[in-house]
Write a protein that binds this ligand. Structure first.
Ligand SMILES: Cc1ncc(C[n+]2csc(CCOP(=O)(O)OP(=O)(O)O)c2C)c(N)n1
Ligand SMILES: [Mg+2]
Length: 317
């Protein structure tokens, strides 16, 4: 590729990453403002501060690639192309929500966009992701699965079982640990004797790296490289431990009260990326996101709550 082409591709990508990051940050800040009005009917676990991981990783994926995430899922859902109207309506408990208004913030899903689901139970979607990757392998489908989870999830037995199985079967998948160093209020150093999660993952026999920069471009490059290795060379699985930081409390809209524990080395991805984007581009993004968000809130407000007779629909007995 010619140098100028490479440069213009990189500029385009940085602009897209900025737009996605700004959009998700703005939406979540608005959710935090709406939350105390009681219009949002489920708990919210915000990703503010740590959006770079899902934004960077999803920029390297195709729509037919599949992701599994956690209850802290707004950022993943939006970065993978999930519809904002459906997400806001779901938070408002309305029938037009992506889970019919019965799942709330922790259960976002959009199978048409490869968003297979999220769960409130820590680590449960990790083996589900491996199962999906196994199906891709058996069916010789040229797509990959990415499993997103927190540092706390790596303490669950099923995490270790899944890594062993995925490495053994050489599954076409990438494990992405969003290491914000906390499980609720407990710091990683209070919970793990070896806090180097990437090092621990590597013993199962897979390529594993720690990414220190809370930077979507770096994360995009790593995931893109890993995806190419899987698709072109049949390698896999891969593991990335992404160091990041959440700025809000574990659950709910407030700032953290243990804010003194935020580490100085981990930067705010939005502020960093903002320096690389032109002010004209930013002005357009501000306008677009503002309009999209107003329309989505209006959609959620105007939608109806689920009808009583839908109570037993989608229930397994
Ligand atoms: C199996 C299980 N154990 C405990 C909990 C309670 N719990 C909810 S979130 C959480 C912390 C998980 O931390 P981490 O995996 O680092 O994700 P983060 O919240 O930091 O994104 C815990 C212990 C749960 N939901 N499920
Ligand atoms: Mg955590």
């Amino acid at each position: 590729m010619k140098n100028e082409n490479r440069k213009s591709n990189k500029t385009k990508l940085i602009n897209n990453l900025y737009k996605s990051l700004y959009r998700i940050r703005t939406i979540e800040e608005k959710i935090a403002l709406i939350y105390p009005t009681d219009q949002i009917k489920s708990p919210v676990h915000l990703s503010i501060g740590q959006e770079a991981v899902t934004v960077g990783a999803c920029a390297a994926l195709l729509e037919a690639d599949v992701v599994f995430g956690t209850y802290r899922g707004h950022s993943l859902y939006l970065a993978k192309g999930g519809d904002l109207n459906g997400m806001m309506a779901e938070l408002y408990g309305k029938s037009t929500g992506v889970a019919g208004g019965k799942g709330g913030s922790m259960h976002l899903v959009d199978t048409n966009r490869g968003i297979m689901g999220m769960s409130a139970v820590v680590a449960t979607t990790i083996p589900q992701a491996a199962g999906y990757a196994y199906a891709f392998k058996v069916m010789k489908q040229n797509n990959i699965v990415v499993s997103f989870f927190g540092d706390g999830a790596t303490e669950e037995g099923v995490f270790h079982e899944t890594l062993n199985f995925a490495a053994l079967k050489k599954l076409p998948m990438i494990f992405v640990c969003e290491n914000n160093q906390y499980a609720v209020l407990s710091h990683q150093s209070e919970r793990q004797s070896n806090t180097n999660i990437a090092e621990r993952a590597s013993v199962y026999g897979m390529h594993s790296e720690k990414i220190d920069q809370n930077d979507p471009y770096t994360i995009y490059e790593k995931v893109n490289w890993a995806r190419n290795q899987i698709i072109e060379k049949g390698r896999g699985p891969f593991f990335f431990e992404c160091m990041t930081e959440r700025y809000r409390e574990h659950v709910g809209p407030s700032e953290r009260d243990d804010i003194k524990t935020l580490s100085a080395e981990i930067v705010d991805p939005l502020q960093q990326l903002s320096k690389l984007v032109s002010s004209d581009f930013k002005q357009n993004v501000f306008k677009e996101v503002d309009l999209e968000l107003k329309q989505a809130i209006n959609f959620a407000e105007k939608s109806a709550f689920p009808a009583k007779d839908s109570l037993y629909k989608d229930v397994y007995a």
